[in-house]
Design a binder for this molecule. Structure first.
Ligand code: ATP
Length: 721
């Protein structure tokens, strides 16, 4: 083998965990080492040499004491698998093992001594071990790393298992934890192993092929190792789960959808996907990629994370904006100088209240009329009374007569006039208008392409050349977009490979927008994938959160069903605390006590979530009086960072905290009295409202990374176990 010339040096997943713990001096030496090595592995100062009995394993000198362990992956590709003290390398070479996993096809390295130390003192193998019910063949078939089998055979406690999983190859840890959670071998094969199984037969010696597989968890960029050494390391930026990486890099022939429970990394995949698409486009093309989401604060967060992941050059080529701001921009562009203010659904319902009060109308409530107008009339672009008489009212529950329709149409006309007079526009109106403008624009482009003559006229009309707005559209929080949003997006990007990529989870739908993408020209059939491993929340918190969802059925944005089978976590911690209180006052006192008890973490690692807006300031005040700095989360995110965050459940979407208290989880609040008013009457409406209330609590519960307290006063919520 020749080692002349330049080499690549990647870092294997989990090697970072030991490197982070080394002293600053050693880290500095690794920094110099990696530069030298990449330039010329044959540099005599590196003492580069093969380890006895390990044809692919090499050591190289980092400094006088420390050695880097390098796995040769063919040609000039090397993987840094560990940095160790000299004596830990040469004294016991049997401690190291590596392989291409025959199931996943990924490169794996294990240091048996380190893992044994993590597992702790064990009793000799006996019948009482955790995995004695499983045969060696079974474990291997599931993808467990063979060199670890003797150690696995001795594990007797969950603590030992967690110790092993921390340093074992990813798949081994996932499989063992899923078995330990009580899943059958068949379930584990189906839910854990199958999604990361290599599609083609695995050649145990072809390390070059293995290096390219998503199952090989290595850094791809030179900068990653530097970031670890500088202590500025986000694992999400470099070690994608094989299922995540597959989705990031896949070439889709049309629109594709990614689903998955909370914390499975959908946003992370969306970010990586954007970078991947920009890289593939090559130079030029302007801002050819759109990255959009529902909430404004999440769009701000996406920009921050996109910068962190890909740097300003990539970000400059991406439009990152929340969907309603995008629609507003399109409308403003078409109608410059407009004076209108835009209002959200809550304000729009207040406008309905005003109108119904003035009209003395009591047959319908403001919620009902707003939904009828938004979903049936605006949603289907109905412009006349006659069309409304014929309109489909799918999913609206309560049936209405012809006379009802006539009366509703009249009220809607009055309502629209009232908004016009006040120069107001609801976001739904803006979205509909933007969709129509974009559809018109797409039509012009198509006619230009079909008939060159039109181009003269087009240029004449507007003075600009029409071209598609984007080459690729990537959507996060897709479950909350409305039909009008999708119509607008569909028109913004020409149909073709990788045109639209959407990530979302219908279990987290908070804004009542139910769509069928197929009917909106977005055909995702055959291009759907799902993530199942949560990186955020512990197994114990996930269990409680799933309990909140009950036995409801959930859609897949496309007339099919979605579920959370296989949704799991490899993180373990305390069970959530369920804490009743006699009164709201007592609950507030308990919040203060709990936050005081959590003085081992920074205030901003703690959040308190409540069902109603008025409760936010009450919590904030009470904490303030107790000398605890607290801040509320507004529409644009938290007002301050170095404080305990307090907000309503809606505000927590997409966020995460180490410790969380969800307070006020009582009947009448969760679900609210407003929801319960539909119990007698509109059955479909009631079901949907109840489902949405469940989703809201589910979202809140899944924001917690490792501690969750749920409290209530009065009667506990029906959603709690
Ligand atoms: N491959 C990974 N390696 C390390 N951390 C990861 C990885 N993927 C995701 N994470 C972390 O898991 C957490 C959740 O990720 P993300 O926000 O993308 O999940 P999500 O599926 O979008 O969640 P939600 O549906 O709740 O919004 C984040 O802290 C993220 O950094």
């Amino acid at each position: 083998m020749s080692i002349q010339g330049e080499a690549t040096l990647r870092l294997l997943d989990k090697a970072d965990k030991e490197i982070i713990k080394l002293s600053r001096d050693v880290k500095g030496a690794i920094y110099d080492f990696q530069h030298k090595f990449r330039k010329n592995p044959a540099n005599p100062g590196l003492h580069f040499k093969q380890l006895k009995g390990h044809p692919r394993l090499y050591s190289a000198r980092v400094n006088q004491e420390y050695r880097a362990l390098l796995l040769h992956a063919g040609e000039s590709d090397y993987i840094l698998v560990a940095v160790k003290h000299r004596k830990d390398v040469y004294e016991n070479l049997d401690r190291f093992a590596y392989q291409i996993n025959p199931v996943s096809g990924g490169i794996e390295f294990v240091d048996l001594v380190t893992i044994e130390e993590r597992v702790g003192e064990q009793k000799p193998a006996g019948p009482e071990t955790l995995f004695s019910a499983h045969t060696t063949e079974q474990l291997l078939e599931l993808g467990v790393a063979e060199p670890l089998l003797p150690l696995i055979a001795k594990i007797t406690t969950e603590e030992e298992l967690l110790g092993l999983a921390e340093y074992a190859p990813q798949l081994t840890g996932e499989v063992l934890l899923a078995l330990h959670d009580g899943k059958s071998a068949e379930e584990v094969l189906d839910q854990v192993t199958a999604p990361v199984t290599a599609p083609d037969p695995v050649d145990a010696e072809d390390y070059q092929a293995a290096l390219a597989r998503p199952a090989t968890l290595v850094t791809t960029e030179d900068t990653a190792l530097q970031e670890i050494l500088e202590g500025d390391f986000g694992r999400w930026r470099v070690f994608l789960h094989p299922a995540q990486r597959k989705t990031v890099e896949r070439a889709y022939s049309g629109p594709a959808r990614l689903s998955g429970g909370p914390g499975t990394g959908k946003t992370i995949v969306a970010l990586h996907r954007v970078r991947h698409l920009v890289d593939k486009l090559g130079p030029g093309h302007g801002k050819a990629v759109l990255l959009t989401t529902f909430n404004k604060n999440l769009a701000v967060d996406l920009r921050r994370r996109m910068l962190e992941l890909a740097g300003p050059e990539v970000v400059d080529r991406v439009d990152i904006v929340n969907i309603d701001s995008l629609a507003a921009k399109i409308v403003a562009e078409a109608e410059p100088g407009g004076q209108r203010r835009w209002i959200d659904d809550t304000k729009a319902i207040m406008e309905w209240e005003e109108l119904l009060g003035e009209a003395g109308e009591t047959r319908w409530d403001p919620d009902f009329l707003h939904a009828e107008w938004s979903h049936v009339i605006l949603g289907q672009a109905i412009n006349s009374r006659a069309d409304y008489f014929r309109a489909r009212r799918a999913g609206r529950g309560r049936t209405i007569t012809r006379e009802d329709r006539a009366a509703i149409w009249q009220l809607v006309e009055r309502y629209v006039k009232q908004l016009d007079k006040k120069e107001l526009w609801t976001y739904r109106q803006v979205a509909e208008r933007a969709a129509r403008l974009e559809i018109e624009r797409a039509r012009k482009i198509a006619s230009y392409e079909a008939n060159q003559i039109d181009s003269v006229k087009l240029q004449h009309d507007s003075g600009i050349w029409y071209r598609p707005r984007y080459r690729h559209v990537v959507v996060d929080e897709a479950q909350d977009l409305s039909a009008a949003h999708w119509k607008m997006l569909r028109a913004m990007v020409p149909e073709g490979p990788n045109d639209i990529f959407l990530a979302g989870d219908t279990h987290q739908r908070l804004y009542g927008n139910y769509v069928s993408l197929g009917t909106l020209g977005i055909n995702i059939r055959g291009r759907s994938s799902r993530l199942t491993l949560s990186y955020r929340t512990t197994h114990e918190i996930l269990g409680a959160a799933l309990g909140v969802l009950g036995q409801e059925e959930w859609d897949d944005l496309d007339d099919g069903r979605d579920d959370l089978s296989g949704y799991r976590s490899v993180l373990h911690g305390m069970r959530p605390t369920l804490r009743p209180a006699p009164t709201w006052e007592a609950e507030l006192d308990a919040i203060v006590d709990q936050v005081r008890e959590w003085d081992d973490v920074a205030p901003a690692a703690i959040a308190i979530c409540v069902p109603e807006r008025a409760m936010v300031s009450e919590v904030e005040n009470r904490l303030g009086k107790a000398g605890i700095f607290a801040t509320s989360i507004g529409p644009e995110g938290p007002k301050l960072y170095d404080a305990v965050h307090v907000g309503t459940m809606h505000r927590f979407k997409g966020l995460e905290y180490q410790r969380m208290i969800i307070a006020g989880v009582a009947e009448g609040l969760v679900p609210s009295h407003r929801v319960m008013q539909y119990e007698r009457g509109d059955a479909l409406r009631f079901r949907r409202e109840l489902q949405q209330a469940r989703s809201l609590l589910f979202v809140a519960c899944t924001r917690a990374r490792d501690s969750l307290v749920i409290s209530w006063h009065g009667r506990r919520s029906r959603f709690l176990p």
